[in-house]
Design a protein around this ligand. Structure first.
Ligand code: 13P
Length: 251
């Protein structure tokens, strides 16, 4: 069985003190949670400080982005090697906000995936269609392009280190969650894509997270779906009580 994976994407929120404080509350509040992976993704400047709280504990640390080079003249960027040095085990790659606001392409996202794998970091690859794409029946085509593009050139062995996050853009930060059925349909399709690209074993093992207005009130229904293996949570991960309830979903 796939081990559940619950991640909090803090986006552009929280000071150092607030980040440390939330990490500490999550650490204490999940002391008895052993059967699922828990990961938090603070802003770059808070990674090292949060690592002092959760490093070498059951809570994993993720960055929200990276640049696909080890070092060099890339002003304003951060490399996977530096993220590893700061304590990260994971990197969120290809979030829809980066695709939309910073024009990231599948090719660029693929370079980041490959560089993270080479560096020993586990990518959380985000994919998802916009409302317009869904309403004009392009959803499957978009997901296919994003999965194939993002995972191009990976071996089956490397694929075992990937976590995929399906985040329909229309559900992010809108309070409008995909229904359990809509999410399951997309997840099952994505797993089929992975099977076509790799092997049935790899597809059966890959964890596919749902993201988009996951809240304490809807997490249980989502997590009860066959192909939903976890959640990538934005807004509700900024509050310890809500995120702890999501981590402790019941299905
Ligand atoms: P919300 O949970 O705020 O909708 O954000 C989802 C998301 O983008 C997580 O990466």
């Amino acid at each position: 069985m796939r081990r559940p994976f619950i991640a909090g994407n803090w986006k552009l929120h929280k000071t150092l003190a607030e980040s440390r404080d939330l990490a500490q509350q999550l650490f204490v509040g999940t002391a008895d949670v052993k059967d699922r992976d828990i990961v938090i993704a603070p802003v770059f400047t808070a990674l090292a400080a949060v690592n002092q709280v959760v490093g070498d504990t059951h809570i994993g640390l993720a960055a929200q982005n990276c640049y696909p080079a080890d070092q060099g003249a890339f002003t304003g960027e951060v490399s996977p090697a530096q993220l590893k040095d700061a304590g990260c085990g994971y990197v969120i790659i290809g979030h829809s906000e980066r695709r939309q606001l910073f024009s990231e392409t599948d090719e660029f996202i693929n370079q980041k995936v490959l560089k993270c794998l080479e560096t020993g970091l586990n990518p959380i690859l985000c994919i998802g269609e916009t409302l317009e794409e869904r309403e004009t029946d392009q959803m499957l085509e978009v997901l296919t392009r994003q999965v194939k593009g993002g995972l191009a050139g990976l071996t089956a062995e490397q694929m075992e280190r990937i976590v995929i996050a399906y985040e329909p853009v229309w559900a992010i930060g809108t309070g409008k969650t995909a229904t359990d059925e809509q999410a399951q349909e997309a997840h099952s399709f994505i797993r089929g894509l992975v099977q076509g690209l790799f092997t049935p074993e790899v597809a059966a093992a890959v964890r596919i997270l749902y993201g988009g207005s996951v809240k304490p009130g809807n997490v249980d229904g989502l997590m009860a779906q066959d192909d939903i293996d976890g959640a990538l949570v934005g807004g509700a991960s900024l509050n310890a009580e809500d995120f702890l309830r999501i981590i402790k979903f019941q299905s």
